[in-house]
Design a protein around this ligand. Structure first.
Ligand code: HSE
Length: 443
C-alpha cells in the first residue's frame, strides 16, 4: 500500500471519538498498558484531550489468564490481524524479540500506522531500516521504553539535546545486574547467591544469560550511542563483557580503593570516531553513577554546553515501562492528529567506529604470586614492555605467596591485554585472579 496515500485514512481513523490501539504482546508491560488505558482513561483524556480504545491484542496463548478484562474477540493469535485491523490506527509492540516483531512493525508503518515499540533488541539491530520506513510513511516510530524502562532518555537524547555536542554517555542500563552487584558490594554475597536472590525477587529470568552476559545492556548501549552521536552503532558493534567472573573479594578491594563495581555502558565520541561498549567497571565513589543501587538504572550524559546530566529511575517493571509506552502513544497520536508530515526525529550520518582494541582503558589487575625477590620487577616489565604505565601497586604477603594489585594508567585495550598475556607467562605468577576496567577522569 502507498503509505503517503494511506496517511489521510489513518488521520481519519485517529479522529474518531476514540483512537484504536492494536497491541502486540500482553505480558508484564502489555498488561500494565491495557489496565492504564482502561482504568485511567478519564485522567488521560482530561490531560491530553485524547481517548484510546484497545481494539485488538495479539498473544501467543489465547487461553492464558489475563490481569485485565478480556472482551469477546479482543485477543487473537494472529499478530498480522492486529496490524491490519481496520480501526486499529496505532500499533504498540511489546512482544519483544526480533521476529516477527520487525516484520509486523514494517507492515504497520507501510500501512501508514504510527508505531510505538519497547523492543531494544530490534531497534539496536534494525534501527536505520525501521526509522527509514517510518520516514517514508510520514508517521512516528517511537521507542522511549527501549532503554531505561520508565526513565525518559530517548526523547531527551533525540529531541531536547539535539543541538548539544555530546561526548560521552555512561549508563547503568540493566537492573538485574545492578541488583546482583549491589548485593555483592553491600552484603558481601557471592555472585551465585546474589543471582539466586535476583531470581527469587523476579528481577532475573530462570535463564539469566541475556542480563548477566551484558547482551541486554549492549543493545541499549547501541541505541544510546546512535542517538547521542548521530552515527549508527549497531549492537554487533558493541563490545560486551558480563559480570559472571566478578567476586566479592574484588568488590571489597574496590571499596577499599574508593570505587564501586558496576556493569557500565560506555558510549564515547573522540577525534577518532564513536564507540560503545559494556563491561564491569570500577567507578569512583564520588561519581553520580556510584550511588545507583539495587535494580535502579541511570544514564549520565556529558556534553560541551550542558556539562553533565543524570537521568535515574526504574529501568524495568511493567508499570514504569508502561508509563514510557503510554507517553509515546499519546505523543504519536498528537503528532499524527496534527496532520503534518512527521519530521524524522533522528538522522544518522556516516562516521568512523573505533575498534575496541584501540579504546583507551585503565585496568585493575589482581594477581596471586610467589613472594620471592624480583617478582615485582618482572611484573612491572610485563606492563612496561606492552607500553602500559603503572599508576599504583598494592601488595600483601601471606606465607610464601602474595596478593598483588596493580592499577594502570590509560592505554589502548590491546596493550593492556598484551601485558596480561605476558604476566601469565611468568613462572612466579600463580594466577591472574581478576581484571576489571577502571573509569575515571584522571589519565
Ligand atoms: N532485564 C532487564 C533488566 C530489563 O534487568 O534491566 C529489560 O531490558
Amino acid at each position: 500500500m502507498n503509505a503517503a496515500a494511506s496517511k489521510p485514512a489513518i488521520v481519519a481513523v485517529l479522529m474518531e471519538r476514540s483512537i484504536g490501539i492494536g497491541l502486540l504482546g500482553a505480558g508484564t508491560v502489555g498488561g500494565a498498558l491495557v489496565r492504564r488505558l482502561v482504568g485511567e482513561s478519564d485522567a488521560i483524556a482530561a490531560k491530553t484531550g485524547l481517548t484510546f480504545d484497545v481494539r485488538r491484542i495479539g498473544v501467543n496463548d489465547l487461553e492464558r489468564e489475563r490481569d485485565f478484562e478480556v472482551t469477546e474477540g479482543l485477543l487473537t493469535d494472529d499478530p498480522f490481524e492486529v496490524v491490519n485491523y481496520p480501526t486499529v490506527a496505532l500499533v504498540v509492540e511489546v512482544m519483544g524479540g526480533k521476529d516477527p516483531a520487525g516484520d509486523l512493525i514494517l507492515a504497520a508503518l507501510e500501512a501508514g500506522k504510527p508505531v510505538v515499540t519497547a523492543n531494544k533488541e530490534l531497534i539496536a539491530s534494525r534501527g536505520p531500516e525501521l526509522i527509514a520506513a517510518a520516514e517514508r510513511a510520514g508517521v512516528p516510530l517511537l521507542f522511549e521504553a527501549a532503554v531505561g524502562g520508565g526513565i525518559p532518555i530517548i526523547r531527551p537524547l533525540s529531541e531536547t539535546l539535539a543541538g548539544e555536542r555530546l561526548d560521552r554517555v555512561l549508563g547503568i542500563v540493566n537492573g538485574t545486574t545492578n541488583y546482583i552487584l549491589t548485593q555483592m558490594a553491600e552484603e558481601g554475597a557471592s555472585y551465585a547467591a546474589a543471582l539466586a536472590a535476583a531470581q527469587e525477587l523476579g528481577y532475573a529470568e530462570t535463564d539469566p544469560t541475556a542480563d548477566v552476559s551484558g547482551a541486554d545492556a549492549a543493545a541499549k548501549a547501541a541505541i544510546l550511542a546512535s542517538l547521542a552521536f548521530g552515527t549508527w552503532v549497531g549492537v554487533e558493534d558493541v563490545y560486551a563483557e558480563g559480570i559472571e567472573d566478578l567476586t566479592a573479594v574484588d568488590m571489597s578491594f574496590a571499596a577499599e580503593f574508593g570505587y564501586v563495581v558496576k556493569l557500565v555502558a560506555v558510549c564515547e565520541r573522540t577525534a577518532d570516531g564513536v564507540s560503545a561498549r559494556v563491561h564491569p567497571a570500577m567507578i569512583p565513589l564520588d561519581h553520580p553513577l556510584a550511588s545507583i543501587r539495587g535494580a535502579m538504572n541511570a544514564v549520565f550524559i556529558e556534553g560541551v554546553a550542558i556539562e553533565s546530566l543524570l537521568f535515574a529511575g526504574p529501568g524495568a517493571g511493567g508499570e514504569p515501562t508502561a508509563t514510557a509506552v503510554l507517553g509515546d502513544v499519546i505523543d504519536a497520536a498528537r503528532e499524527t492528529l496534527a496532520g503534518a508530515q512527521v519530521a524524522p526525529r533522528i538522522r544518522f550520518s556516516p562516521g568512523d567506529l573505533v575498534p575496541f582494541a584501540d579504546i583507551q582503558t585503565r585496568w585493575y589487575v589482581r594477581l596471586q604470586v610467589d613472594d620471592r625477590p624480583g617478582v615485582l620487577a618482572q611484573i612491572a616489565s610485563g606492563f612496561g614492555d606492552a607500553g602500559v604505565s603503572i599508576r599504583s601497586v598494592w601488595q600483601e604477603g601471606v606465607d610464601d605467596e602474595a596478593a598483588l594489585i596493580v592499577v594502570t594508567h590509560s592505554a589502548p585495550e590491546a596493550s593492556q591485554r598484551e601485558a596480561i598475556a605476558s604476566l601469565r607467562k611468568i613462572d612466579e605468577v600463580i594466577e591472574v585472579a581478576s581484571v576489571i576496567r577502571v573509569l575515571g577522569t584522571n589519565p
